[in-house]
Design a protein. Structure first.
Length: 443
């Protein structure tokens, strides 16, 4: 299994199945260690006309994706285990190709087995087959087609010792592990074992800061109270001016300026310590193209009006940009020719991995995309050696209330429990209103 990851072994009623339990939505990390290590430990591979490892996935698209992932991992290890895919077949003229690892969707595996049964060679496959890897094993509890397929395979392998590797995903599963294990017990009662890899969440962030953007009226009232304390009360016209200008959008633009300046000063101090000239690379994520353009224009105008006090380059990357523009922006961003890159939601996947130091969430994601943006895409932004991100989240107290519970889960997952006091107070207020029925979903 995966290097120094913690391994646990346990028996369940003398029925022992091999489980790889992982916390991610895509388990290629464990495939790299578990599956690619199997052929290297098996003997007489060259004499095997059938695959030694059979990987069963849900769809043909998933089959092709995992196939490409294993091929890349194989190249990196400088190995050749002949990995094939039933959903992405090779040239039929290549008669010498005998894959040792075969991947296929459920329908493709069924067709493959039917062909072998008609040719009366299914027993030969069973004699050579060593491992069957079942992706998304949590679906066994309800997917009768997958259950029937595995039962049929186990029936053909009665006289051979085949190990079933079940990839159980804690992150997306709605089923209990015990329920799935019971189904596995029905498929194959032969002696095997459970191997559980303890789930661990990557710590992606060096800091997570929430910054509130309140209503314009609250800003006006706050400034009026400060003026009264200084015995210089606001006039009614001044109150109206503040309420008109200090909208949540305007507040967030001001926050951007202060955070960028602060991050650049921190980077300058770090460069002095390390005798380096590296720039701080800041990504600003907005809800749409119009907001991204607005933020870019605002920052550029402030830089131009600063008389040289603010010296950083700002540009944008939008969902309708061409491939050439996307590559140009990424090249500039990675090679310190661009300090601040402003994007919309759809463009976050176009930003190169490992090119970002800090992320400013100008707008909160929609509830249905929260996990995708805040977890999956944030993880994709980090470098492979896990250089951690600095994350700043702007919260609109009026429009983002439905996301308070999601942000609490987010903090708990990444063990960033030091939520600001004002955020905890807002969350408690929201929860109370929700329980009393005074808050209704906005999506």
């Amino acid at each position: 299994m995966a290097g120094t990851e913690k391994i646990r072994y346990c028996n369940m009623e003398s029925t022992k199945h091999l489980f790889c339990i992982h916390p991610r939505s895509t388990p290629e990390f464990y495939y790299d260690w578990t599956v690619l290590g199997i052929p290297a430990n098996l003997t007489d591979l060259q004499r095997s006309p059938y695959p030694r490892v059979l990987i069963i996935v849900d769809t043909a698209k998933e089959s092709k994706r995992i196939h490409q992932t294993l091929l890349r991992a194989e190249i990196q290890r400088n190995q050749n285990h002949a990995i094939g895919s039933l959903d992405n077949p090779r040239d039929n003229t290549d008669v010498d190709f005998n894959p040792k690892i075969m991947i296929g969707a459920i329908d493709s595996i069924i067709s493959y087995l039917e062909t072998l049964i008609k040719g009366r060679t299914i027993t030969e496959l069973a004699s050579f087959l060593q491992y069957i890897v079942v992706n998304n094993a949590e679906k066994l509890a309800k997917d009768n087609q997958l259950y029937s397929l595995l039962t049929a395979i186990a029936g053909h392998c009665v006289h051979s010792f085949v190990r079933f590797i079940y990839m159980f995903n804690f992150a997306t599963s709605q089923e209990l592990l015990v329920t799935v294990v019971e189904r596995c017990h029905e498929i194959n009662r032969r002696g095997m074992y459970i191997e559980v890899d303890e789930p661990k969440a990557r710590d992606l962030f060096t800091r997570v800061e929430f910054i509130p953007a309140v209503s314009a009226e609250e800003v006006a009232n706050h400034q009026a109270a400060q003026a009264i304390a200084k015995e210089n009360p606001f006039s009614e016209q001044q109150m109206e001016n503040v309420a008109t200008v200090m909208t949540p959008q305007a507040q967030k633009l001001g926050f951007c300026l202060r955070i960028i300046q602060r991050l650049r000063e921190e980077r300058q101090m770090e460069n002095q310590r390390r005798r380096n000239q590296r720039r701080e690379r800041i990504l600003i994520v907005t809800k749409d193209t119009a907001t991204a353009i607005l933020v870019m224009i605002f920052l550029r105008q402030r830089v131009a009006a600063s008389n040289g006090k603010l010296q950083y380059k700002v540009n944008k990357l939008l969902s309708y940009d061409s491939v050439e523009e996307m590559e140009r922006r990424n090249f500039e961003f990675r090679h310190d020719n661009l300090d601040v890159l402003v994007i919309d939601w759809r463009s976050i996947q176009d930003v190169n991995r490992g090119a970002v130091d800090a992320v400013i969430m100008f707008d909160s994601p929609k509830p249905q995309y929260f996990q995708t943006i805040m977890e999956t895409e944030m993880e994709n932004l980090t470098s492979r050696n896990c250089v951690k991100l600095k994350l700043y989240i702007f919260l609109n107290n009026e429009t983002d209330r439905m996301l308070y519970p999601e942000y609490v889960k987010f903090l708990q997952k990444y063990k960033k429990k030091a939520a600001p006091q004002w955020f905890s107070a807002l969350y408690e207020k929201f929860r109370k209103e929700w329980e009393e029925g005074r808050v209704t979903p906005e999506f």
